[in-house]
Structure formats: C-alpha cells, structure tokens
Design a protein around this ligand. Structure first.
Ligand code: ZN
Length: 492
C-alpha cells in the first residue's frame, strides 16, 4: 500500500518526483474528502485488548486474539481457517449487505467455544457442522458455542448468516478502510483488519486461507473479487451474480468485493498470464495504460523476484478517493487516481511481498512495504530513470528526516504505515545489497520468495536466510537499519 507518505526530500529527481507528484496530487486525501469519508466510519481509538476471556492452559475456549502483541484483539486462537465460502448480496441503494459465510477450519485445541471477528452487522443464525450453535456478540468478537465439543485436530465448518449496513473503520495513520459504501457500490480495502466489516473472519494475516466468492449486485454493476471468475456472470430478475475463486492462500485484509459501474478489459501478459483490469467510468481513459503496464510490470517482477505466485494479475481504479492504493491479491486497487508506473510497480511487487509471503505479526510490516518501496527504485533503475543507489544516497543525505528517529523494524499499531517502514525499510534492503553484492542479493530475494511461497514470514527468518546465502554476519547491519533510532553509519 503506498499512501500519503511524508514529504519527500527537496530537489528530488525525476522518479522520486513522479511518485511524490502522484502522492501529492492524486494519492493524498484532501481534507474535504477525508472529512466526508469519515461519516459513517467507526473511529478506532486503540486496538481492543483481549483480556476478559484469554484462554489459559487446558482451556477449551478459543482465545479472542491470535497473539499479535501490537493488535491483541485481532484474529482468534484455537483454530486454523482453511477456506472461506462467501455468499454476498449488496444493494447500493439501501447499502444493505446480506451474507452467508461458511468457514472450513481445523481445531488446534479442544474447543467448546471459539471466536470470529465481525464488526457491526446483525447475525441471524450460526451453525457448526450443520447443527445450530449459540452465539454472543462482544464488541468485534462473535463468540460461537457449538452444540458439542470440537476435538483438537478436528475439522469443522461454521456457517454464519448475517445482514446489515457495513460500517467502515478509521485509523489515524491510514484514514478510512474496510467496506466503504460508494454512490454506485462499494470500495473494499481492508488492511490491516477491515475484513470483519463485511464477513466473519479470523481477521489477521497469520491465518491465511483460500476463498470462494458468490456476489450478487443489481444488474448493470460489476462485482470484483480476488482470483479468477468462474464462468460468465448470471443475470436473473434484475440481479447479476459474479462467482470468483482465489485458490491460493490469502490474508483476510487482501480480500475484496469492490462493486460499482466499471469498464472491464481482460487480456494476457507477454509472459502468458491472464490480466483483469477494471476502471470506474470516469477513469475510462486510463484502462489501456492500466492493463498494458500491469502485464509488463508483472512479467518483469517475475524475472526479478521469481515465478509469479498467482493465476492472474490485474488492477482496479475506482473513483472513490481514499488517498491510497492497496495490493488486493491478484488485483491491486487504486483509490481515485490513475497510478503512475512506480505505484503499479509497488502494488505488483506486493503480490510477492505481502500477498504470497505474508507477515505473521504487524511489527514486521517493513517486509511488505520496505520491499515494495525498494521495487519502485528497482523499476526506476530498470527504466534508466536513476539507480537505486542514487535514490538511496539522496534519502541518506537528509540528516533531518524523521525516519532516522523511527526504526522501521517495530511498526506500531498506532502508526502502522509510517514513512520509516517504507523508505528506511527500502534503504535497509539497499544497504544489504551493497554489503553482499548483486550476485548474492538477487538470488537471496528469489530464495526468499520460493522458500516461503504462500506462507507467513518474520524478520528473523529473513536475516537468517541473508546470512546463510551471504556467509556473513549481518546482525549489526539489520540492527542498525531496522531496530535502532538514529541514522546508521554510511554504507561502503
Ligand atoms: Zn505498499
């Protein structure tokens, strides 16, 4: 996700400027847009602290949090989701969403009750393996008590029927996210924990799963989700149903059901990958460029980062100006602006760094954003618009930059998307590249994406692999760049 990052240093050359211009003019939320967007959004003051029902040893109560110290209420314990089956019907006129979600999961302990995350909406019925279950709502936790105990290791299916007007979320460092109603549909971007605004979930990237979507909207609208369309959308009685399938594991925040009036084009990249591009009517002039650049950049990253992890690539431009883009799996979404190639390069790099390889705790966010920002520099280098080394040196020269006092290796819940995670994270990778050389650095990146494809990753795992590939002790380098305040010593 690139967003309204802090001001770029003065006298920036072409490529950094291109990103900055896009950020300043198109990506940055205007005050009025931000103000109007806030209506109906739920302000998130602080992550809920899960203390009331914390499961102890031997407990058969699934914990209300998955164990992320910075987001203690996010996700849940006691089970691992394998698949989400989402049946959804959305009516933009009334803003009502009716849903039935079936989650196939495996218990990781004996369970007499467990939680799902769900924000607002009214639950009408819950079943576990077809039998009625009792349920309770406690803030954003949906507590499910099945009729019988689920044994450790047992597989089960929980179905939740629900409806209501989804309420988006708001955070200080990001703005509005989750299910955001628009005049013609919905703009759905869920990082970090907004999936719960439209379906019950284990809403944390540590629990990835595959997804089936069956989304019904008024005829004439398009519903866009992840993965690929199954068959041709069917229209009956004035409503059209779109069936999408993401057969590769996905973090919940990357799921989308963006809907509205869209111009859609499909194609194939030079490398043979299917592409799906969609733009709101007011961006129809950007459709050609979006599909062309998306194919070209996906193919290029496949040669740099390793094989593309998914079955299709794509992009969506909606006319809702949230002030950021998000790397929704297989289809990054651009919120109300035509993306510069650098931004497309950033979002598509996330398909490897964030989507295929997902963080297991939010403090490792630099593994997503540092890599995607560094990809912007690599894209510029590839296009002869200045080397990554030159970009690195320009940032390094600015001693007054706030990122020096803000180590990126410990992203905080109250300021998750801070500039250090992006820029200093990218600089960390460049410092590593200088230290171990291109002949080790790029194979390291490909080994990283291959070893953890579709999985979860942590910073210590990356440091360990970098040391293994290079045969060097790199702890001082990573310590200085990621974990200590202050500007690290110059790189050689
Ligand atoms: Zn990003």
């Amino acid at each position: 996700m690139p967003l309204n990052r802090s001001p770029v240093i003065p006298a920036v050359p072409a490529i950094v400027c291109a990103v900055a211009v896009a950020t300043a003019t198109a990506c940055a939320p205007s005050q009025s847009a931000a103000a109007s967007a806030s209506q109906g959004a739920t302000t998130v003051a602080a992550p809920p602290v899960a203390t009331a029902r914390t499961a102890g040893t031997g407990s058969t109560t699934g914990a209300p949090g998955i164990g992320d110290p910075d987001f203690p209420g996010d996700g849940n314990g006691g089970y691992d989701v394998e698949h989400y089956d989402l049946t959804l019907s959305y009516d933009p006129a009334s803003r009502n969403l009716a849903g039935s979600t079936t989650i196939r999961a495996k218990a990781t302990q004996d369970l007499t009750s467990f939680d799902l995350d769900l924000h607002g909406l009214t639950v009408s019925r819950v079943t576990v393996d077809g039998a009625a279950a009792t349920f309770d709502r406690q803030d954003d936790e949906l507590v499910v008590t099945p009729a019988g105990r689920i044994a450790d290791g047992g597989k089960f299916a929980v179905t939740v029927d629900y409806s209501g007007v989804p309420q988006s979320l708001r955070s200080a460092s990001l703005g509005e996210y989750g299910f955001i109603a628009t005049p013609d549909g919905a703009f759905v971007t869920c990082e970090p924990n907004g999936a719960k605004t439209w379906f019950p979930a284990n809403d944390h990237p540590a629990d990835k799963a595959t997804y089936d979507f069956q989304i019904t909207v008024p005829a004439g609208l398009t519903a866009i989700a992840n993965g690929e369309l199954s068959g041709t959308p069917r229209t009956t009685a004035g409503k059209t149903t779109f069936v999408w399938r993401e057969k590769h594991p996905m973090a919940s925040y990357l799921a989308t059901m963006t809907t509205g009036k869209f111009q859609v084009r499909t194609g194939t990249s030079g490398g043979g990958l299917p592409i799906y591009a969609a733009v709101a009517d007011s961006f129809r002039g950007s459709l050609d460029t979006l599909i062309t650049q998306t194919g070209k950049i996906t193919d290029y990253w496949s040669s740099v980062f390793g094989p593309y992890p998914f079955s299709s690539t794509g992009g969506v431009i909606d006319d809702h100006a949230v002030g950021y883009a998000l790397e929704n799996q297989t289809k990054p979404i651009y919120g109300g602006f035509t993306p510069e190639p650098a931004i497309i390069a950033h979002e598509l790099a996330h398909q490897w760094f964030g989507d295929s390889l997902s963080i297991g705790r939010w403090r490792d966010l630099w593994l997503n954003e540092g890599f995607a920002t560094y990809a912007e520099w690599l894209w510029a280098e590839h296009n002869g618009q200045g080397t990554a080394d030159a970009t690195f040196r320009r940032y390094y020269a600015n001693e007054a930059d706030a990122m020096w006092s803000y180590p990126p290796g410990v992203a905080r819940s109250d300021d998750l998307f801070n500039a250090a995670v992006y820029t200093r994270g990218a600089m960390t990778l460049h410092a590593l590249r200088r230290e171990i050389g291109d002949q080790r650095f790029f194979p390291l990146i490909r080994q990283w994406t291959a070893a953890h494809r579709y999985g979860n990753v942590t910073t210590p795992e990356f440091v360990a692999l970098a040391e293994r590939v290079s045969g060097k002790n790199l702890k001082p380098l990573f310590d200085a760049w990621l974990f200590r305040p202050g500007r690290p010593a110059p790189v050689a």
